[in-house]
Structure formats: structure tokens, C-alpha cells
Design a protein around this ligand. Structure first.
Ligand code: CP
Length: 359
């Protein structure tokens, strides 16, 4: 007898940018402002998730995403558990399902999952009652990277409506590219993918993007030059003649960066290959907002955890097509109290309506 297929409720989890409509994305980005403010406080911590437990379940390497989620959970006063595959019973052959059921038995509220295979976070969402947040699955999705990218671009450019964003490099292997295409176009931007044919997937004609095999003609007109990491660990064949040739044709060299228009942003999800997709000097220019992306990642992930686990949980209904008014009726007033931890001065976050890596 085959096992029944259980549908995943996208309002309970964050698995893909495709689960969010424009309103839900904008409400989440607006809520992020509140947590950016919290991050600037002397004690950057609020009690919103006190008593909740958030687990990091990373089957693949990470620096930014893992530390960012753990920082976000701690700043919301959640308890955290961190699962290191290298020192776990995975090495004795324990399956993903047995691992998640074991962790769940200890009492958890959310699990943040990274895995090299697409679809694993969605599968885990069928096996657990905890909220699941996709921290990057295979070539598929990296939704919180996309949210922090959109937040960072929006904070510099204002609305992304009509803006032109070039996503440059190894699109084929990039979950960041897939998530960013969805979020940037949902917010009204025009996206051009720039890569040699070997680093593009076969089905780009089905995506809401333009494609160019040359970067140079775009440099003077784009608002964002978003560089992707050359993912050497995912390349099973020689997709470019050499890294030197890649840099010569598609790398953001100093000369190319000089041709960007005033105000254009340089973005990268990290980790960077300095000297390959981006010149080292370019990565440190004032219009390169790469460390700002990392900083914003903490606030974005606080907003995500808060909406999925905290007082805003019912507001996550607006992540899909449930009318905000219904969610508001469940949750009551839209104002969300975000008092400082152990201080007497409460702050009120007011999302406008109810809502909720691999580079
Ligand atoms: N951008 C990103 O996902 O980086 P990490 O692999 O370090 O988490």
C-alpha cells in the first residue's frame, strides 16, 4: 500500500517565495523594519518567542544563513537547538525522517532546514507538526535570502517597480537566482539573467525574465548588479573553459564596476569568490551592499520567525490568498507589541494588515 501524500499548508511554513503574493512580501518587508530597529537597541532582544524552541537542521554547509537564523531566534528570546550533521547519528545511517521525529520528540516549535536535495524541507513539513523554514534546498529555493535581498534593494532604491536587476553568473545551479527572480518580479522589477548558455537552465523561456549572454551592454542601465557565486562544488562538467575566462567575460571587474550608473547597487549572496565573479576591490566599494545584506538577514529572519511562531502566527494566513480581514478577525488588532526585553519601554510594530541557501 502506498503512503498517502499529505499536502503541505504553505501558510504554516516558509518553503518557497512562490507561496507569497506581493502583499504578503511587502508586509513581511515592512515588519522587517521593526526588527532592524530592534537590532539597533542597546539590548537587541525582544521576548516575542519566549518559551518557543527553534532548531537549525543543516545538512549542508552554511555560515550566514545558519548564524543569522540562530541570532534571529535568540533575539526573539526563543530557545535554540543546533544540529551538526558531522557529529550526529546521520553518520550512523539515521534517516532524515527518523532524525526529525527524534528532534520533535524533544519538543520543538520550528525547524530551519538546509539540504542539498530539492524538496527536503517540504517533505519534512509533512512529517512534523513544527513550522518548517527552508534555509536552502538544492537548486530549488532559498526564500529568506530572497527576502533579505529584496529588503536591501528596496531600502536603497525605494520601490522596485520598474527597476532593472541583472542576475549574473551561475543561474543554473542557483537556488538564490530562482527565489530572487520570483521576489524581484513579484515586486515589479525587470530581471535580466546574464550568463553563458552553459550556466543557464534549459527552461528560462518559461520564466518572467530576459536573458543576455553579455554583461557589458547592460552596465549603464541596470539598477542592481546581482552577482552569483560560481558554484564549483555543483558543477559536474566543465561549464566554462576556465575561471579566468569566466572573469574576463562575466566577472564584475573594476573596469566594469566603473561603468555602472550612479546609485546602482552591487549585491552578492555570499560566500564570494573574490577575483572570480567579483573583483576584490569592487566588493568593498560603497555601492556594494553585501555586508548590509547579511545584517538585514537577521531582521528578515526575525520577521519570518515572528510571523510563523509568534503573536503574528495567524497573520501568516495572508501569505497566500486568505483575505487579510479574515486573518485580522482571528488575530484581533493588527498592532503587534514588540517590547524590549527587560525594559519598561514598549515599542509597537504595526504591520499594515494581517500577515505573516544556497547562493
Ligand atoms: N547566502 C548564503 O546562503 O550563505 P551561507 O551558505 O553561508 O548560508
Amino acid at each position: 500500500m502506498s503512503a498517502a501524500v499529505t499536502r503541505v499548508d504553505p501558510t504554516r511554513h516558509l518553503l518557497s517565495i512562490a507561496d507569497l503574493d506581493r502583499d504578503a512580501i511587502e508586509e513581511l518587508l515592512d515588519l522587517t523594519d521593526t526588527f532592524v530597529e530592534v537590532g539597533r537597541r542597546a539590548i537587541p532582544k525582544v521576548p516575542a518567542l519566549r518559551g518557543r524552541t527553534v532548531v537549525s537542521l543543516f545538512y549542508e554547509d552554511s555560515t550566514r544563513t545558519r548564524l543569522s537564523f540562530e541570532t534571529a531566534a535568540k533575539r526573539l528570546s526563543a530557545d535554540t537547538m543546533s544540529f551538526a550533521v558531522s557529529s550526529s547519528s546521520v553518520n550512523k545511517g539515521e534517516s532524515v525522517r527518523d532524525t526529525i521525529e527524534t528532534i520533535e520528540a524533544m519538543g520543538i516549535d520550528a525547524v530551519v532546514v538546509r539540504h542539498k536535495s530539492s524538496g527536503v524541507p517540504a517533505q519534512i513539513a509533512r512529517w512534523t507538526n513544527a513550522v518548517v523554514v527552508n534555509a536552502g534546498d538544492g537548486w530549488h529555493q532559498h526564500p529568506t535570502q530572497a527576502l533579505l535581498d529584496a529588503y536591501t534593494a528596496r531600502s536603497h532604491l525605494g520601490s522596485l517597480d520598474g527597476r532593472h536587476i541583472a542576475i549574473v553568473g551561475d543561474v543554473k545551479h542557483s537556488r538564490v537566482a530562482r527565489s530572487d527572480i520570483e521576489i524581484f518580479t513579484a515586486l515589479g522589477a525587470k530581471v535580466t539573467l546574464v550568463a553563458p548558455p552553459t550556466l543557464l537552465p534549459a527552461h528560462t523561456s518559461a520564466w518572467p525574465v530576459e536573458v543576455s549572454h553579455e554583461l557589458d551592454p547592460l552596465l549603464g542601465s541596470i539598477d542592481v548588479c546581482y552577482l552569483l557565486r560560481m558554484q564549483r562544488e555543483r558543477m559536474t562538467e566543465a561549464l566554462v573553459p576556465s575561471l579566468r575566462e569566466y572573469t574576463a567575460c562575466w566577472g564584475l571587474t573594476s573596469a566594469r564596476a566603473d561603468r555602472l550608473r550612479d546609485g546602482a547597487l552591487i549585491m552578492h549572496p555570499g560566500p564570494m569568490n573574490r577575483g572570480v565573479e567579483i573583483a576584490s576591490e569592487v566588493a568593498d566599494r560603497p555601492n556594494a551592499v553585501i555586508t548590509e545584506q547579511v545584517a538585514n538577514g537577521v531582521a528578515v529572519r526575525m520577521a519570518v520567525l515572528f510571523l510563523l511562531l509568534g503573536p503574528g502566527r495567524a497573520q501568516a494566513a495572508a501569505l497566500t490568498d486568505v483575505p487579510a480581514v479574515e486573518a485580522a478577525a482571528v488575530e484581533g488588532p493588527a498592532a503587534i507589541e514588540v517590547p524590549e526585553t527587560d525594559t519598561a519601554t514598549p515599542t509597537t510594530a504595526t504591520p499594515t494588515t494581517a500577515t505573516e541557501d544556497h547562493p
